[in-house]
Ligand binder design. Sequence first.
Ligand SMILES: NC(=O)c1ccc[n+]([C@@H]2O[C@H](COP(=O)([O-])OP(=O)(O)OC[C@H]3O[C@@H](n4cnc5c(N)ncnc54)[C@H](OP(=O)(O)O)[C@@H]3O)[C@@H](O)[C@H]2O)c1
Length: 334
Amino acid sequence: MKLTMCIVGCGGYARNVLGDIHDMTDEFEFYFASRDIEKAQQYSEDFGGVGAFGSYEEAASDPRIQSLYFFTPHDTHLGNVKLAASHGKHILIEKPIARTLDEAQEMVRIARDAGVKLMVAENYRFLLTVDKAQEIMSQGRVGDSFGELRQIELQAEGYSHPTEWRKSAEQNGGGVFIDGGIHFVDIMLRLGGFPESVYAIQPPQLFTDVEGEDGIVMTARLSGGVPAIINFSRSTPIREKPPMVHLTGTKGKLSFVPYGRELSVETLQVRRTVRVAAPRRGVRQMVSEFRAAIEEDREPVMSGHEAIRDLAIVLAAYESARTGQVVNLSEPQS
Ligand SMILES: NC(=O)c1ccc[n+]([C@@H]2O[C@H](COP(=O)([O-])OP(=O)(O)OC[C@H]3O[C@@H](n4cnc5c(N)ncnc54)[C@H](OP(=O)(O)O)[C@@H]3O)[C@@H](O)[C@H]2O)c1
């Protein structure tokens, strides 16, 4: 089945993603929608689209469109879902699912009631490095050089001043953690499970014109007392360097760059490299999964429920940073 998909919101990241997926013409027919018809026409021309719309409503109501992939600011996500669902269209929406759990739960409910699929475009779910780490951890592969999980450390630091709607806590739903840091929360969740509690501190703000935080250090207590640390910053005055994931086990340690092609597996005796045929960002696999979930009429990987779990951790970190207290967590409802 070829799925007609309208790209909604012709901004920076939509251009980025289309660079990766525009040639998937066996699976998709792409349309483009913008509040500015000329922008939609330009994207359609640049990426081999078959049509363009000058409003989101026009796209959602067009009978040729089966699904909408939204690339818009976070305060518009709930409205996007209402619009698409009211026209019976399947929904792929960029991360984070929403700004609050109430918004996110409403989105899940609306999609469920309308009988349409809702998937959140968390491309880190589709990274082969994380798949391989999970395989090594769960099966004791590579000469059983990992053992039991003892600690997770994720470090993602860079220097990138938020602009436009990202400077507004209201539109963004927070600062850099809900925006970029949520990817690393997703890796932690996948490799270590849902935490029992979190504690977070924000370093002194460098970008004082940005309402939300420009960096955060979150520690989480995972099942069995395993600690996880995420150091996520956009205000570290260094040249961009790749994020790192370190997983310590009872028998060795795994380290990798999420977008990379290899994992380092180190023990007291040896250090070796395990390669993966890494897709750069996992975006192609992500859109294929969305199409397959529609075709097979099943929940997609990275369903609304999965995305709510990521969001709950981010929001708990915000609460902890605000109150200075440890925040206990339980599995959120959806
Ligand atoms: N997975 C990732 O790694 C990743 C990376 C970056 C961004 N993202 C996500 O992608 C989404 C879009 O981010 P972006 O970086 O592409 O943002 P952006 O460059 O600012 O583009 C957002 C687009 O949303 C549309 N829009 C609708 N209502 C708007 C409003 N009130 N204010 C401003 N724009 C509005 C605009 O498109 P039109 O003018 O065409 O209507 C605008 O071009 C967000 O959810 C973000 O978190 C994900």
